[in-house]
Design a protein around this ligand. Structure first.
Ligand SMILES: Cc1cc2nc3c(=O)[nH]c(=O)nc-3n(C[C@H](O)[C@H](O)[C@H](O)COP(=O)(O)OP(=O)(O)OC[C@H]3O[C@@H](n4cnc5c(N)ncnc54)[C@H](O)[C@@H]3O)c2cc1C
Length: 310
């Protein structure tokens, strides 16, 4: 994630600034504002701005006039209640804005979350940096046999090296073609004045999904937690999970009560079907149940047993 000196200086300048405000702030999040947290080989996440805190959720839920005088434990209890009963709008009162640098294939998964405001770096307007994602060798794996959307056993040794070499070679080739078509140096002057430079919006079309893009991504707390519940989940692809993991930590710093309730009732909780619940009741009553007599499909049975740690 090498930032240029100018980018680093801009971040430092932003971090050095202080603004007086009547609005409540969250010191734990203020402390990491603007700071980039590395994700994958060239990516990052940084918090650019936020609105609201745990108390704002409570305030909205009670439609109160001020910050209230109730005890912290009462606020935490209310937030847990709201989370448990799937109340959404009090959480929508808080907002957060991130700057994310991410490979295009991760961006394609991410952009499916429609309930955010996004502004992406324009490769029609600007030249993309020569930055592409090469997985760490430990993340190379074969296609999973059981889950079609996933990875199986690790690929190691010579086979892994071959994959890494191919990824690097193809990305290098794609970028050198891009640079040749653009025919521009860093100042925008032609490298070879005898040749026309292709428009940026066309020169980019051969770049592959591993190249990095960037965006500002703003969402509310309710939809952030929805995003994290799907993308920090083990079913999500490792690369987007890596981003979700960093964002989970920003959530913890920002709204610790909502974060704790989120882990309790969403992230580490489970949804059980009516038939699954009936199976659990029968088990508690001491009945010995097999999949065939459970009313669950083989897959549902496996999933329920995994949930119950059996
Ligand atoms: C593990 C995993 C695998 C996936 N695999 C695939 C795949 O193979 N192919 C594929 O195409 N996608 C895939 N997706 C993407 C997935 O189907 C969703 O598009 C994505 O997760 C965004 O979820 P969302 O719509 O709930 O989020 P958001 O767009 O943020 O929406 C949040 C909620 O708002 C509501 N909402 C938003 N927009 C509308 C609307 N227009 N109409 C009604 N309600 C709306 C819905 O309740 C929705 O749940 C996958 C996602 C995951 C996590």
């Amino acid at each position: 994630m090498p930032l240029t000196e100018q980018q680093q200086a801009e971040i430092e300048a932003a971090r050095a600034q202080r603004a007086e405000t009547r609005r409540p702030t969250v010191p734990a999040l203020e402390g990491l504002l603007y700071q980039p947290f590395q994700v994958l080989d060239h990516g990052f996440v940084r918090v650019i701005d936020y609105m609201g805190d745990d108390a704002a959720i409570v305030q909205a839920a009670r439609v109160s006039y001020g910050r209230g005088t109730r005890r912290v434990s009462e606020d935490a209890g209310l937030i847990r209640y709201l989370m448990r009963h799937r109340h959404s709008t009090p959480f929508e009162m808080c907002e957060i804005k991130y700057h994310v640098k991410l490979p295009i294939f991760v961006a394609r998964q991410w952009i499916r979350h429609r309930t955010a405001n996004v502004n992406e770096y324009s490769a029609r307007y600007s030249i993309l940096d020569k930055e592409f994602y090469i997985p760490d060798p430990e993340h190379l794996a074969v296609q999973a046999a059981t889950n079609r959307q996933g990875r199986g056993a690790a690929i190691e040794g010579e086979a892994a090296q071959r994959v890494l070499d191919l990824l690097r070679r193809d990305a290098e080739n794609a970028y050198s073609g891009y640079a040749a078509m653009l025919n521009e140096d860093a100042s925008g002057s032609p490298i070879d004045p005898a040749r026309p430079g292709l428009a940026r919006e066309l020169a980019r079309i051969n770049l592959s999904l591993g190249f990095y893009t960037q965006w500002y991504w703003k969402t509310d707390l309710h939809n952030l937690m929805h995003f994290l519940s799907l993308r920090a989940d083990p079913h999500a692809q490792y690369e987007i999970r890596a981003y979700a993991k960093v964002m989970l930590e920003t959530l913890r710093r920002w709204v610790p009560m909502a974060h704790a309730a989120f882990l309790e009732y969403r992230m580490n909780a489970a949804t059980i079907s009516a038939t699954g619940l009936a199976v659990i009741r029968r088990m508690i009553d001491g009945e010995r149940i097999e999949q065939a007599s459970s009313g669950l499909s083989a897959r549902e049975w496996r999933e329920l047993m995994a949930l119950l740690g059996r």
